[in-house]
Design a protein around this ligand. Structure first.
Ligand code: FES
Length: 623
């Protein structure tokens, strides 16, 4: 491609090992090019050069000179080897890049399974197999009237309207199907026609900040036909919800782009689910979507600015039914998407779905239900009363803001033990270690504390083996260069430990605030439910030892997987469950964490490592 002056304006970029090729304009960064061709490269900081999550290696070709951010991120040797930050680097010729697994948003383990309650299908949308009498000179009734009258008469229903797109194709379809078809009815409206005896399908989606899980459901029996997860493609515009909202506040035109990313992601999921079971997306006549309030708003196209400003108010909290085509979803044109209710700015319908799926909202309690993520929602259920808080736990437990942190992908250290001063670890897919994911990070903090390398205040002691000073900070070497093929050692730095202390203190403070608001003590908690991908894989014992969770016997903890996704599935097949979701959301009393008495004192105390309980803002050790 030549510009008017005859110079090359775009270059060809080869991405390895994914084997994708794309055109990159010289004014676009390598990160922008990767996202344009559909390659998921991490960009936790949204491309500002501070997170170092978008590392790539230039294998061939010339690129722009390293920026000051890159000079900070890499040693001269690494720069000489071609290591660069994709968000800071611009091509000067055609290039070939290597994208290491730790920079990829794909190849990631996505939690889609969860423990669920079984319910009898009680469908908001029904399919009726119908054969109609053909028109004749003695019976020349309009096609629509014929369909509605015969349908109502045969099935004793009261259908009286027909969706406009169905109406447009009805006459041709009835004749081409020889007056036999399946009529899809929602409330009192015909929303679709299908060939005779076509399976009726539904879609349930859990829209997470980091991951999106989708389930294709056979609506006749509630069975899951296929389930898949992807990384949320919006990650390219910021790892957490606040950075995405900030993007939109700074440039409002980004809101369309960010909505388009998630809609396209869900449509890709729909296609691959349907391909897996040999179905057509046009067979999907109902959908339920759950997510945190910001993801809900971004998906629907609602304003999000007010979510980031005190008092953090959602645009809408009640349940919504929106035409799928108005949202851009490629399923049957007459279908609707049901969005479960939100509770508050930072407690969304995913938390409601989790409470619905586990059934704990109806329990006597006290029960604590936690969904751990970049934003952690916690509820305490006691005698029919539900109180909830939201904790800004940040991305540390998903590998973000941790020097060698990564997502739960091939090569991530997911378990770690220290015995006799020896490090034992297990990686995902038993691959050579390239970084450390959330569950491994939690284990590491616990093991370093137990072995005395870190004190209760989180300080790394200088006089321990494997501890060194590097780039003006103390760090513990988990995996040395001699042990693996990564470019540099895998370490936990003093800064990482501080990030983890903040993350775990946020969660423990949330639990403590709920206990105090309900005049409960830790010992009274009958059960702690832990939901979400990170919560599924953590070693609860490690979480207890670092003081992230209350010091209770292990048998009081229950890890339930992706309960939000399970709740979405329940609501998809049951009108009663949709009504229950609305009623339970209305019963939740939300507490803004920062306004709780003793908040600051509790937060400081809960940042300490070890087993303890908090009383009136003071920490008491527990054996
Ligand atoms: S350093 Fe590249 S996205 Fe953050």
């Amino acid at each position: 491609m030549k510009s008017e002056k005859g110079t090359v304006s775009a270059y060809t970029i080869d991405f390895e090992p994914v084997g994708r090729r794309g055109k990159c304009h010289k004014s676009e960064s390598l990160l922008a090019c990767a996202h344009y061709v559909g390659i998921g490269i991490n960009s936790i900081c949204g491309g500002t050069g501070v997170c170092h999550s978008c590392k790539v290696q230039v294998l061939r070709g010339n690129v722009s000179r390293p920026t000051s951010k890159e000079l900070e991120a890499f040693t001269p040797e690494e720069l000489a080897q071609g290591w660069r930050l994709a968000c800071q680097t611009y091509p000067l010729t055609d290039c070939k890049l290597s994208v290491p697994p730790e920079s990829m948003t794909t190849l990631q383990r996505i939690q889609v399974e969860g423990k669920e309650l079984r319910v009898e299908p009680e469908l908001p949308v029904r399919a009726y197999q119908s054969a109609f009498t053909m028109p004749s000179l003695s019976n020349p009734k309009a096609d629509t009237d014929r369909l509605i009258e015969e349908l109502n008469h045969k099935y004793h229903i009261h259908c009286n309207t027909i969706e406009i797109n169905v109406l447009r194709s009805l006459s041709l379809q009835l004749r081409s199907w020889d007056w036999r078809c399946q009529v899809i009815v929602r409330d009192d409206q015909v929303i679709g026609l299908n060939p005779w005896q076509t399976p009726l399908l539904g879609l349930a989606v859990d829209l997470g900040t980091t991951k999106v899980a989708a389930y294709l459901i056979d609506m006749n029996n509630g069975r899951t036909l296929a389930a898949k997860g992807i990384m949320n493609p919006q990650i390219s515009l910021g790892e957490d919800i606040i950075s995405r909202i900030t993007h939109i506040i700074k440039s409002p035109d980004k809101s369309l782009k960010i909505r388009k990313l998630i809609v396209e992601g869900i449509n890709d999921l729909i296609n691959s689910l349907c391909i897996e079971v040999g179905a057509n997306p046009e067979q999907i006549f109902d959908a339920v979507v759950v997510g945190n309030t910001a993801m809900h708003h971004l998906f629907v196209g609602l304003p999000v600015r007010q979510l980031a400003l005190s008092p953090f108010v959602p645009a809408v909290s009640r349940a919504l039914d929106v035409k799928a085509k108005d949202l851009g979803l490629c399923i049957a044109s007459g279908s609707y998407v049901h969005l479960l209710p939100n509770v508050a700015g930072f407690v969304g319908s995913d938390h409601v779905a989790m409470l619905l799926a586990t059934g704990v909202w109806q329990a006597k309690g006290p029960i604590v239900a936690i969904d751990i993520g970049t934003n952690t929602e916690v509820s305490l259920i006691r005698n029919g009363k539900i109180t909830a808080v939201s904790c800004a736990s940040g991305p540390a437990f998903e590998g973000g803001h941790i020097k060698d942190g990564m997502r739960a992908a091939t090569g991530a250290i997911e378990r770690l033990r220290i015995a006799d001063n020896k490090i034992q670890y297990q990686t995902i897919d038993k691959a050579p270690p390239i970084g450390i994911c959330g569950s491994g990070i939690l284990d590491t903090l616990c093991q370093l504390f137990l072995s005395g390398v870190i004190d209760a205040g989180g300080r790394i002691r200088e006089d321990c083996s494997r501890v060194r000073n590097y780039k003006r900070q103390r760090e513990f070497v988990l995996v040395g260069e001699e042990d693996h093929k990564k470019q540099s050692d895998i370490t936990i730095t003093q800064r990482d430990v501080r990030e983890l202390q903040l993350a775990k203190a946020a969660i423990r403070t949330g639990i403590q605030v709920l206990l105090e608001a309900n005049n409960c003590t830790e010992n009274q908690i009958r059960e702690v439910i832990i939901a979400g991908a990170f919560g599924t894989y953590i070693d609860v014992a490690s979480a207890l030892i670092i003081g992230m969770l209350p010091s209770l016997p292990l048998d009081r903890f229950r890890q339930v997987g992706n309960a939000a996704g399970m709740g979405a599935k329940l609501a998809l097949v049951s009108s009663t469950k949709r009504a229950e979701a609305q009623s339970l959301a209305a019963r939740i009393k939300y507490i803004e964490l920062g306004t709780a008495p003793n908040f600051n004192q509790t937060f400081i105390q809960t940042s300490y490592l070890g087993r303890y309980r908090i009383r009136e803002g003071k920490r008491e050790g527990v054996d």
